[in-house]
Design a protein around this ligand. Structure first.
Ligand code: AR6
Length: 177
């Protein structure tokens, strides 16, 4: 567990659908109609209410975020964001990935959601290299906390041991006293 300003920052290895926070973030696609990876896991565990609400929302541009209830998940809300598809890094991917994290927290603040868990957006099917992506993720989250003094807790949830270690190394280095 780490602190930045007054926000608790945690890094966990595991399944984001089991994390007890007010909102979990979904790495969705532009349709918001579900898919594989973490998106598939969230829709499966949350139940059909999430897909029903996503259909009404009608999609989401890359880098933006939308919100639904959490259905059967332990969280109250799911914040659906869309990261970029990585195609070499020269197509604005970094800014779009930054926006996905930042805009997810912006939406959380609008709903007064005080604890948020993120998966590693874009680093699965969308192919963003994990080391680079983790730096963008942390920059965006720390920038948001610095300017808005919110939320109270952010949890980075990594599905596999290698990704967990990359995040753990980055964050322990960045937030050491
Ligand atoms: N909990 C936490 N992390 C997970 C879980 C889980 N249950 N399952 C997978 N991951 P991906 P993307 C990790 O592919 O790259 C979908 O089809 C996974 O190991 O889920 O943003 C969408 O519909 C990886 O590190 O998301 C889109 O079409 C990370 O989550 C597309 O994939 C992200 O991998 C989005 O691709």
């Amino acid at each position: 567990m780490y602190y930045f300003e007054n926000t608790i920052i945690e890094v966990q290895q595991g399944d984001i659908t089991e994390v007890k926070v007010e909102a979990i973030v979904n790495a969705a696609n532009n349709t918001l109609l579900g898919g594989g990876g973490v998106d598939g896991a969230i829709h499966r565990a949350g139940g059909k209410i999430i897909l029903e609400q996503c259909k009404k929302i009608g999609g989401c541009p890359t880098g933006e975020a939308r919100i639904t209830v959490g259905g059967n998940l332990p969280c109250n809300y799911v914040i659906h964001t869309v990261g970029p598809i990585y195609s070499g890094g020269e197509s604005g991917e970094e800014q779009l990935l930054y926006n996905a994290y930042y805009n997810s927290l912006k939406l959380a603040k609008e709903y007064n959601i005080r604890s948020v868990a993120f998966p590693s957006i874009s680093t699965g099917a969308y192919g963003y290299p994990i080391v680079q992506a983790s730096k963008v993720a942390l920059d965006a989250v720390l920038d948001f906390i610095k300017s808005k003094r919110f939320p109270e807790k952010v949890v980075f949830v990594l599905f596999n041991a290698k990704d967990f270690q990359i995040y753990e190394n980055l964050i322990s280095e960045a937030l050491k006293d």
